[in-house]
Every structure is written in C-alpha cells, then in structure tokens.
Design a protein around this ligand. Structure first.
Ligand code: NAP
Ligand code: GCO
Length: 263
C-alpha cells in the first residue's frame, strides 16, 4: 500500500499565512501533519492562525524572518521544544520585484536573492542536523518556472529560483545518505497576491494583456490555483516519494512543455 499519509509528522512551511504556503500547509494538515508556519509580522501570523482555525486546523505560528540566521536558529529550537522534531520543511517564503534589470539597484537585487535563495539555505541548514538525528526528513523548495525560463523584469527572481533549483539538487546529493529527500515544486502561474498585478482587469474591463498571454501559453488554458499544488506537495512530503530526490516537480498546467497557441 503506497503511503501518502503525514500522520504524526511535524511540517514547517515558511511564509504560510496565506497564498501557496497556506494551501500546502492545509493539505498537509488534511494528510495528518501538525502545522508550523512563520511570517515576518505578528499581525500576519495572527491572521494566518485565524485562517487555519477557520479551516479547522490548529496551527502553530511564529514570527521569523527566514533571512536572519539568529532568528531562524531560535525559531527552530523553539518549534522543536514546543511542537516536536521537524520532519518536513517547505521553503515557501519568497518575494518578487518586477523591475527592468538595468533599472534595478544592487540592493533590490540582493533583497530578492536574500529571501528567495539565502532564506531556504538558512532554513535547510538549521533543520538538517536534527533530521539526521531523527533518521531522515523531507525538504521541499518552492521553485518556479523561472527556475528554467527568464522573462523581462524578473532577473533577480529568476536568478534566485534558478539557484534554488541547484541548491535543491545539492542538498539531495549531500544528505541523501541520511534518508533526507530534498525536492523542488515548481508552480506555474498561480492566482495569488504575488501575481495579482498580472491579472488586474483593464479600465475597459478587459483582461490584462499578461493574463491573456498566460492563458494562450498554458495548455490547461487557465491560471493555476494554490490548491492545484496540494496533491504534488503531499506526495513530495510523504513516504510515497522516499526514492525521489533532487527532482523539481513542475505543477504548471503544461506551460513549460508548450510553445503556445497561435494568436
Ligand atoms: P505571496 O502571496 O507573496 O506570499 C509570500 C509569503 O512569504 C508571504 O506570507 C510573505 O509574508 C512571506 N515572506 C516574504 N518574505 C519573508 C521573509 N523574509 N521571511 C518569512 N516570510 C516571508 O506569494 P505566493 O504566490 O503564495 O508564493 C509563495 C512561493 O511560491 C514564493 O516562493 C513564490 O516565489 C513561489 N511561486 C509563486 C508562483 C505564483 O504564480 N504565485 C509561482 C511559482 C512560484 P509577508 O506577507 O509578511 O510579506
Ligand atoms: C512573473 C510571475 C512568475 C510567477 C512564477 C511562475 O512575474 O513572471 O510572478 O514569476 O510568480 O514564479 O512560475
């Protein structure tokens, strides 16, 4: 019997007050896991706790900036003491800045790299030693189509997500012998606050040009929903994927496979 259950597991999903992280954490709770999440603001942690409670989930929320090594070390120690050993880590927290590269400051570029790439490194580094002690664990990095493709204005984000793909493969390589599986999940274009600017209706009520572009480029002819990531994320966190390691599972409606509909 293939085991997709997360019963008895503690899952830490970063930046999961809402959006993709919230959908993944909710699916993990449904599969039996205890949910831990963080955000950078107490008010968002409270908002997240209320949203989980409304979904019937008693989550554990903490304030922690994934780019701050001291905060992360204290966060992981507190979770281990208050909730239990972390069996599953999902590096979901992330930002994007859509600025033409030559107009982007080095500080703006560094901020995206810091949150989207250094953050997952710091989080993974902080949980791996205890995962080794516990006999194994699961690390899932939320990558992106921009781990494979570029486009105008997202140079920092693509560099970060490309790096995150390779960090995923390297963690898989370095810690696979300790029964730690590290994989990536690569969402396509998903309807969340992060992509809201790309879907805003025009003044005349018509669809945003980028919205129309994504519909034409996606075989599924629709934007993804955060809930589309639930099943693939549960698979990567469960025993069903114990021999899957260093893989990026794209959940994109087929967009990476498709040249796009002729206009
Ligand atoms: P979102 O709606 O913008 O949510 C991002 C979350 O990360 C927020 O809760 C945010 O908290 C948190 N966060 C930001 N910086 C943080 C930090 N330094 N420490 C801790 N938490 C932090 O994004 P989303 O669309 O759900 O995306 C989630 C992940 O999926 C991101 O890694 C994104 O790159 C990736 N992704 C998204 C799409 C898409 O189409 N939406 C596609 C592919 C990949 P605050 O609200 O406090 O900022
Ligand atoms: C953008 C979008 C994308 C998506 C996602 C695609 O501006 O192109 O925000 O980057 O967020 O990463 O997989």
């Amino acid at each position: 019997m293939v085991n997709f259950s997360l019963q008895g597991k503690v899952a830490l999903v970063t930046g999961a007050s809402y959006g993709i992280g919230f959908a993944i954490a909710s699916a993990y709770a449904e599969a039996g896991a205890t949910i831990v999440f963080n955000d950078i603001k107490q008010e968002l942690v409270e908002k997240g706790l209320a949203a989980y409670r409304e979904a019937g989930i008693e989550a554990h929320g903490y304030v922690c900036d994934v780019t701050d090594e001291k905060q992360v070390a204290a966060f992981v120690k507190q979770v281990t003491q208050e909730v239990g050993h972390i069996n599953i880590l999902v590096n979901n927290a992330g930002i994007i800045k859509r600025i033409p590269m030559c107009e982007m400051t080095a500080a703006e570029f560094r901020q995206v790299i810091d949150i989207d790439l250094n953050g997952p490194f710091i989080m993974a580094k902080s949980v791996i030693p205890d995962m080794i002690e516990q006999g194994g664990g699961k690390i899932i990095n939320v990558c992106s189509m921009m781990s494979e493709l570029g486009r105008e204005t997202v140079s920092a984000y693509a560099a970060a997500k490309g790096g995150l793909k390779m960090l995923t493969k390297n963690i898989a390589s370095e810690y696979g012998e300790y029964n730690i599986q590290c994989n990536g999940i690569g969402p396509g274009y998903i309807a969340t606050p992060q992509t809201a600017p790309l879907r805003e209706r025009q003044a005349d009520g018509s669809r945003h040009p980028f919205d129309q572009f994504i519909i034409a480029k996606t075989p599924a002819a629709r934007w993804g929903e955060a809930s589309d990531l639930a099943g693939p994320a549960v698979f990567l966190a469960s025993e069903a994927s114990d021999f899957v390691n260093g893989h990026i599972l794209y959940v994109d409606g087929g967009i990476l496979a498709y040249i796009g509909k002729q206009p």
